[in-house]
Ligand binder design. Structure first.
Ligand SMILES: [Zn+2]
Length: 392
């Protein structure tokens, strides 16, 4: 047999190659080995019929929480990522320098999901929503972070800094971000900042970021974000994006607002990457899964190609893995997601109305939009293997 797995008769949407057409995809030895108009079924050991379905590069979620049992937000990665169509996920700071070894050994190395991580600038990582990891600044130890980053460079892509008041206590966001950048520079990674309810105005914080650094929760509904009335925040976001700063969605339980996203999109400030911030707080809604998050951006007017670009090729570039992940080019990792586009009546919520924790008083109320279509996850192929957990 020439090929291990053949995904036949689907519509391949791969923005990395400008592809949106019926194609057959063959995988061999864990890699993409052919992309052609028609590949005979008898040339493959196994055939997956994708007639009527959408075939994309394996989805990449740039903001998840996968440190189950140590971080209260943490989910089992295969249940919350791979089983839901996400082949590669970036854990956004659940572990810090002092808690990373357990994360590496017991989660990252055992998961079938391709997991990467950002080290929290706080050496304890995220433990609980009730204890801000930066309330005591001694935890933001640059040397420890550099040491852990260097020791785990195969998985660690950068540093996470959560700059909300509920995490910082009385401490300075500028001081924490300065330390996070210093740590990231110490091992050659990028910084992801969590914004919303920050002591310092967002344009000032974004001006500190370097090209390749990421702003997550870009469309939160707090009063200090996109919804701020003077337009200075939107202008700051535009300027940062033009410099190469990555704007990421990081949906989460309370960090996404349809009104903020709508305002940003209509002002030309589109996200570079769409991500879920899937966690124990958001998996039972409003996030549910990556396909639902992508559906929301289609409801806001993005095309299928535009959402797929922001969930495959763009996050691969943010991870420094362009050409390896997020693409179905021959020779790339054999990661593929199969989706179905359904017609009907669907309700999409931006955040839970009961979600009050961590919120300042002036906060956008939760909104629901009706949609006549949605994306649904059907199959996941990672490293050339069709994910069938029930087969063991
Ligand atoms: Zn998060």
């Amino acid at each position: 047999m020439r090929y291990d797995l053949l995904i036949k008769s689907g519509t391949v949407v791969d923005p990395s190659q400008g592809l949106n057409a019926p194609k057959d995809i063959a995988l061999t030895a864990g890699k993409v080995s052919a992309v052609e108009d028609s590949i005979p079924a008898d040339q493959a050991m196994e055939v997956l019929d994708a007639t009527g379905l959408i075939v994309t590069p394996g989805l990449i979620d740039l903001h998840v929480h996968a440190y189950w049992g140590a971080c209260t937000y943490g989910l089992e990665p295969d249940v919350s990522n791979l089983a839901l169509g996400v082949t590669t996920a970036l854990d956004a700071g659940s572990a810090g320098a002092l808690t990373f070894r357990g994360f590496r050994r017991y989660t990252i190395e055992r998961a079938q999901t391709r997991l990467f991580a950002l080290l929290n600038i706080s050496a304890m990582g995220i433990v609980s929503p009730d204890i801000g990891e930066l309330e005591y600044l001694k935890w933001a130890d640059v040397e420890l972070a550099i040491e852990a980053g260097l020791a785990n460079r195969d998985y660690v892509k950068g540093v996470k800094a959560r700059l909300g008041r509920q995490i910082l206590g009385e401490n300075s966001d500028v001081e924490v971000l300065t330390r996070a950048i210093e740590a990231a520079e110490g091992f050659g990674g990028f910084v992801m900042v969590h914004v919303g309810n920050n002591p310092t105005a967002l344009p000032e914080l974004m001006a500190m970021l370097r090209p390749g650094d990421v702003v997550t929760h870009a469309y939160h509904g707090f009063e200090d974000g996109v919804l701020e009335e003077s337009g200075a925040v939107l202008e700051g976001m535009k300027a940062a994006q033009e410099r190469g700063v990555v704007l990421d969605v990081g949906h989460g339980a309370g960090s996404f607002s349809f009104r903020a996203a709508q305002k940003a999109l209509s002002n030309g400030v589109w996200p570079d990457t769409i991500s879920t911030d899937i966690s124990t707080l958001s998996i039972e809604g409003p996030v549910y899964d990556f396909a639902t998050t992508l559906t929301k951006f289609m409801r806001l007017g993005m095309s299928l190609e535009e959402v797929v670009r922001r969930s495959t090729h763009n996050p691969a570039r943010a991870l420094g893995m362009d050409g390896v992940l997020g693409t179905l080019r021959v020779g790339a990792e054999g990661d593929v997601t199969v989706l179905r586009e359904e017609e009907g009546r669907f309700s999409l919520a931006d955040r839970l109305s009961t979600m009050t924790r961590m919120g300042p008083t002036r906060w956008e109320p939760g909104t629901t939009l009706e949609s006549s279509q949605r994306l649904v996850h059907v199959n996941t192929v990672k490293g050339g293997v069709l994910y069938r957990p029930w087969e063991g």
